[in-house]
Design a protein around this ligand. Structure first.
Ligand code: ASP
Length: 341
């Protein structure tokens, strides 16, 4: 007798390599219709949960993702939240970590799994990684072990979304989470890392929207011109900037460099220090090369990823908060994206 399918999962298809095919004319990969995915993965119809599909009007390469896309996605989840036990979002890998981070800040009091996945090879290719990523994501989303987080599932690992980064465009394990353990490891069994999974909120979902993109990301490198930094920080309307520094948050000590940042802070711009290293933490004051940053009021991003820092800043700037509140919240752990001091 067939088992009763008690869990309901919504698959939201947005595009990405998983659903792409070679265009005949110029041989580039372009997104195709979701029906093609179902045709390629007929197993979807035989899983032990009831699956519904929601497809964006026009599937996109995730390099075209913009904040209004995050608003749209969060809107779909909000609308369908009570009808489903979990959500699986098919998304391109290029900006998946940004979308996962953005959603983590928007979907407050989340009590159900929201899992983003995709693939490095299109679903129609024989060696594709799409089938396993998709099927295991659905299995996790419908499991009785509820992971109430926005996650990325890729190549046997379930990661916290706002701790993840795409680190390779050629290997199947495209993502890593250097500063936070995987939430689950899918081998013969799916082993959940319970100590590191957020506790269930059992509160009503609250979806907060609004992103202010008046920010800049500046990667520090040997030879960078102060003029480049200064003109970026003088962009009309700019409210905040992330400086991607070396190692544990270090940058040149040249007074002319520090002055450009100091002037910007005095003009009211928030400056957030995130490391160029994937692993480890910003520790302003550890080296002489970060003491000045601390003195002028640069805020430490500790072990946050650049993707989480960017989306968190845009999100906080998009809420009706005072500058002081933003400065406080940017350092605070909101959705597991940053470790305590
Ligand atoms: N360019 C693709 C995308 O992000 C890459 C991928 O999905 O792997 O949509």
């Amino acid at each position: 007798m067939p088992r009763k399918k008690s869990k309901r999962i919504l698959i939201i298809y947005t595009g990405g390599t998983i659903g792409m095919m070679k265009e005949h004319r110029n041989h580039t990969l372009v997104p195709v219709n979701f029906k093609e995915i179902i045709r390629q993965v007929p197993e979807l119809l035989h899983l032990n949960c009831k699956i519904d599909f929601h497809a964006s009007h026009k599937p996109i390469d995730s390099s075209n993702v913009q904040p209004d896309f995050w608003e749209e996605l969060a809107g779909v989840i909000k609308k369908k939240y009570n009808q489903y036990n979990g959500f699986v979002i098919l998304h391109g890998t290029d900006t998946m970590a940004y979308t996962a981070s953005a959603l983590s800040f928007m979907l407050q009091n989340l009590d159900k799994p929201v899992i983003l996945t995709g693939s490095q090879l299109p679903v129609g290719v024989i060696r594709t990684d799409a089938r396993r990523n998709l099927i295991t994501s659905i299995e996790i989303a419908s499991s009785d072990r509820i992971v109430p987080e926005v996650c990325i599932y890729f190549s046997n690992q379930l990661y916290r979304g706002n701790r993840s980064e795409k680190y390779t465009s050629s290997k199947f394990d495209a993502f890593q989470s250097s500063n936070y353990p995987a939430l689950a490891d899918a081998g013969v069994n799916i082993v959940y890392n319970s100590d590191f999974i957020r506790k269930r909120e059992r509160k009503k979902l609250s979806v907060q929207s609004g992103f202010d993109t008046n920010i800049a990301l500046l990667k520090i490198y040997p030879g960078i011109h102060n003029d480049v930094i200064d003109s970026t920080l003088r962009t009309p309307g700019l409210r905040a900037a992330i400086i991607e520094t070396y190692g544990s948050g270090n940058a040149p000590t040249a007074p002319s460099f520090v002055k450009v940042l100091d002037d910007a802070i005095k003009r009211g711009i928030i400056i957030f220090n995130v490391s160029q290293c994937s692993g480890g933490t910003v520790d302003q004051g550890k080296y002489e090369t970060s003491v000045q940053l601390m003195k002028i009021g640069v805020i430490s991003g500790r072990d946050i990823t650049t993707e989480a820092a960017l989306t968190k800043l845009m999100f906080l700037l998009g809420q009706k908060l005072s500058k002081r509140e933003i400065q406080k919240l940017i350092q605070k752990d909101l959705q597991g994206e940053i470790s305590d001091k």
